[in-house]
Each structure stands twice: as C-alpha cells, then as structure tokens.
Design a protein around this ligand. Structure first.
Ligand SMILES: [Zn+2]
Ligand SMILES: [Zn+2]
Length: 290
C-alpha cells in the first residue's frame, strides 16, 4: 500500500515484472516519491485501475497518465466525469468484466458508495486471490462471495462508530459517512470478520482509516477481537497508513496451506528492511504486522 486513508489512496500490485497501480489519490509528486520508495519509477507502471472518481483516488491521475502514457482503466462514470482529461489513455472498466494484465486477473464488481459506479476488485494471482475494497457503504452478498476464498483482503475500516458520533463533522456529513453509501466502520468490519471471513484468508489490511473519526490502534483492536472471538489465530492484521508506505506484503508467504509444516526460510518473505530489534518470523512464511 503506497498509502490509504480519507486523504489519499494508492496501492501497487506487482507480479512477474508487471506493475499495476490501483487508484492514484495522491499528488503526482507524492505518488512519484512513494513509488520510488518501493523502487518503481512512475514511467515503469503498466496500468492504472481506478475504483471511483473521488479525489482521494484520482488526485494524481491526470499528470501520471499524461506524462507517462500509462493505460488507465475506469468505469464509464469516471471517464465521463473526467472527460476534460485530454491525453489520458482510457480503457473500459465494467463491473464483472475481467482485466488480464501480465498473469494477474482483476475482476471489478460494484459496491455501494456515494460515487457513481464505484468498484471493488477481486485480483486473481498464481499465489491466491486478493480482495480489494477501500470505499464501501455496506457489505453486500456479492462482496462476501467474491472475498470468501481470498488469501489477502484489503478492506475498509474507516471509522469507529462512537468517534463518528461525537465527531466535529456536520450532522449531514456524519450521516453520509455512516450511511449505506458512505464508509465501512470498524464495527461493520468486525461483523464481516465474525460472520463471513473465509478459511483461506491469512491477512487483513485495514484501509481508508479516517484521521478524525478513527485511531489505528482502535481499528486494529476491534478487528483482532473479532478474529480471536472466532478462533482465528492464523490471520495477520496490518493497518495501512495515510502518511507512509506500508511494508510490501508478499502473497507467496501464504501460498502454503496453514496446516502444512513450516516452509524452509524464504528470502522473498520479507522484501523490506526489518527494523532493528524486530525479529522476522523464523520460518519466514509470514509477514507479521507490527
Ligand atoms: Zn470515495
Ligand atoms: Zn476514498
């Protein structure tokens, strides 16, 4: 995750030399800086996929796409809204129609949110599927089904219900956020974990946290409590940050079934520097949250 929160969202998915950006919600300058931090030059992007037209998902799109001619998939609603963006290499993104990019299959599907044709993704990779939903007003049967057999879920944990209730936001804004077209709360995510989390899920990345109406530790704790209440000790929880890049998560780390003996140490399990004092999993088969 290059960054996620109410002020900007962008995620890089890499596989076999392909680099796909999901959303471009930071300024071009900031996106470029964060991409370089993970050793990707903006000109090396193979594609950009846009979930919806809100500024926290599209802020850097115009400059990124124009300057580097990156193919950009977006729904008709987003393309219409941004028609003034001359020079963007638009491609059609339609709910249910898979986009195949270098061994990765992105399957967009519609989710309720207050922007036209907002989509979430199921991303199929040779090492398991990823569910990706950053802006969702409420859980839907389709999302639950698309996410059930994934290994990694990136899912919204926007606000704590109680913090939103006492928030300085105007009442109409609070109602919009809490409504079915707004954002998913920590508590709604916990209900999803309790009732619908698939047995193959090994990692939950909590995304799109509000700076005003949530706290990273509160989001993590609410999710962890739901996991332990369901006896799920096999799921890592990572809280994505607004302000900095989240360490790379390597899907291959969970390629083995949870019940199999520990794999031999793998160099690729932790492709990011381990901070002094932190000890990586000795079996090298899990990326742990810190
Ligand atoms: Zn949005
Ligand atoms: Zn958003």
């Amino acid at each position: 995750m290059l960054g996620s929160g109410s002020a900007g969202n962008a995620t890089l998915v890499r596989h076999a030399g392909n680099r796909v950006l999901l959303d471009a919600g930071f300024s071009y300058r900031e996106l470029s800086r964060r991409l370089r931090e993970v050793r990707v030059d903006p000109g090396m992007l193979d594609a950009i996929l846009i979930t919806h037209g809100h500024g926290d998902h599209t802020r850097g799109l115009r400059m990124l796409s124009k300057r580097h001619g990156v193919r950009t998939w977006a729904t008709a609603a987003v393309r219409d809204e941004w028609r003034s963006m001359d020079g963007v290499d638009w491609r059609e993104l339609a709910p249910g129609a898979a986009v195949d990019l270098g061994g990765l299959r992105f399957i967009p599907f519609e989710v309720p949110h207050d922007a036209s044709e907002t989509v979430a993704f199921r991303i199929e990779t040779p090492e398991g599927a990823i569910g990706y939903a950053t802006d969702i007003g409420k859980l839907t049967p389709l999302l639950i089904e698309r996410f059930r057999d994934c290994r990694l879920l990136v899912i919204e944990s926007n606000h704590a219900t109680e913090l939103l209730r006492v928030s300085p936001y105007a009442r109409s804004t609070r109602e919009r956020i809490a409504g079915d077209g707004g954002h998913l709360s920590n508590e709604s995510l916990a209900a999803f974990v309790r009732d619908h989390l698939g047995a193959s899920v090994r990692c939950l990345v909590l995304a799109h946290l509000s700076r005003v109406n949530n706290l990273p530790e509160l989001a993590r704790m609410t999710c962890r409590e739901a996991l332990s209440g369901s006896g799920r000790t096999d799921v890592d929880v990572v809280v994505a940050c607004q302000d900095r890049v989240t360490p790379t998560i390597e899907l291959a780390a969970w390629a083995q079934p949870a019940t199999s003996p520990p794999a031999a140490p793998r160099q690729t399990a932790l492709p990011f520097p381990v901070p002094p004092g932190a000890s990586p999993d000795p079996a090298g088969n899990e990326v742990r949250s810190r």
